[in-house]
Design a protein around this ligand. Structure first.
Ligand code: ATP
Ligand code: MG
Length: 357
């Protein structure tokens, strides 16, 4: 029997609550399936670790997880630790060296969930947003000089490489090709950002030739926000830069009903390093410890993890269980307008798994 080694990094805030729920559901799934098992190793890295040790994760942290089959991540961020430490000290300290350059964010309206868009259903809003996750606006290149003086300057250089753009474009076209509609929109801002974004447009034309069966169009990012709201049914797969897709995918999560249900995979498609799966929400300190965090975003991320591990049947089984639970409004957590606790939603998904044929 195959045993998958999973590194669980709950991190901060509600990350700890949703990741333990996620592990519980994965174990219930393995028990139900019988064909594979999970060995889960927990890592207590994050802001509490930082307060004790002055770093978010140990120096040899990456060595401790590099041979795991996948990483299940919660969230990094605390009110009393600066963002650049929590972000660059843990999440990006894993994403960047593990070359998880493809950030994949499926968006769909699950049964029982209401979108703020009127009259839209799950057939009209079924997207996957691919975010370039290794360079661009978040490359960390730039600087500041003459602090405090009128001549102070500050720069953030959006840095794109041909190799980096080609690989994310090819990844996204391949993903579009694997979906029923075989359709992709390449999002840039090439009218105003006249160097890198023009290179994106040119590379899109080149890569599109490798995928003659994929229908594609391009769109400026500002127009794209409008299209997502006004004509959601015209969109399938989307590829955009680190910054643009960051913004588009938060909008997408809101249109799908709640930040609490949205999943992400940070993929190293070549599988040289482990990939990392996480809900898109943050630490949500306002609801921490209350037992009401919605764990669905983590469960859906676990579905993506199973697909990546090569367990499509188990992935489909878990997705069915999630949808059976969201369809029942009495099992909605407060972010969805209900009263259900993390415990109740988790138990319900485990029960749905046990009853799934
Ligand atoms: P971070 O700085 O870590 O990104 P944040 O506070 O900026 O955290 P989120 O943690 O994503 O942002 O939370 C935004 C809002 O959405 C909060 O009010 C939070 O309570 C709510 N929220 C986020 N995730 C969930 C969830 N899983 N269940 C319920 N509510 C959630
Ligand atoms: Mg946030």
């Amino acid at each position: 029997m195959k045993t998958y080694k999973i590194a669980a990094i709950p991190g901060d805030g509600i990350g700890t609550e949703v990741v333990s729920a996620g592990v519980e559901v994965l174990q219930a799934l393995a028990k139900r399936d019988g064909g594979f098992a999970f060995k889960v190793d927990d890592f207590d890295w994050g802001s509490e670790y930082y307060k004790k040790h002055g770093i978010m994760m140990p120096e040899n942290g990456r060595d401790q997880i590099k041979d795991h089959d996948a990483i299940l991540f919660g969230s990094a961020g605390a009110p009393d630790v600066p963002d650049h430490i929590t972000l660059w000290g843990l999440r990006l300290a894993i994403c960047q060296p593990f070359d998880q350059y493809a950030n994949v964010r499926p968006t769909r309206i699950l049964p029982g969930i209401t979108s703020p868009l009127r009259n839209v259903n799950d057939k009209e809003l079924d997207w996957v947003i691919v975010r370039e996750n290794s360079e661009g606006e978040y490359a960390g290149v730039g600087g500041r000089a003459h602090k405090g003086l009128p001549i102070e300057v500050a720069t953030d250089v959006a840095m794109f490489t041909r190799a980096g753009v080609e690989r994310i474009m090819r990844f996204a076209f391949r993903l579009a090709q694997s979906r029923p509609r075989k359709k992709i929109t390449v999002v840039t801002k090439s009218n105003a950002q006249r160097h890198a974004m023009v290179m994106w447009d040119e590379i899109a034309v080149e890569i599109a030739k490798e995928f003659p069966d994929v229908e594609w169009d391009k769109m400026l990012v500002d127009a794209m926000t409008m299209r997502m709201v006004m004509r959601p049914e015209t969109i399938d797969t989307v590829v955009a830069t680190n910054l643009h897709a960051d913004i588009l995918s938060d909008l997408a999560a809101a249109l799908a009903g709640s930040l609490g249900i949205a999943p992400t995979g940070n993929l190293n498609p070549e599988r040289i390093f482990p990939s990392m799966f996480e809900p898109i929400h943050g630490s949500a300190f306002d609801i921490m410890g209350k037992g009401i965090a919605n764990p669905i975003g983590t469960f859906w991320s676990a579905v993506m993890m199973l697909e990546h591990l090569g367990e499509p049947k188990a992935a489909a089984r878990l997705m069915r269980a999630i949808e059976r639970v969201t369809a029942d409004k009495s099992l909605h957590s407060p972010d969805l307008g209900g009263k259900a606790t993390t415990r109740q939603v988790t138990d319900a998904v485990c029960a749905a798994l046990a009853g799934d044929n």
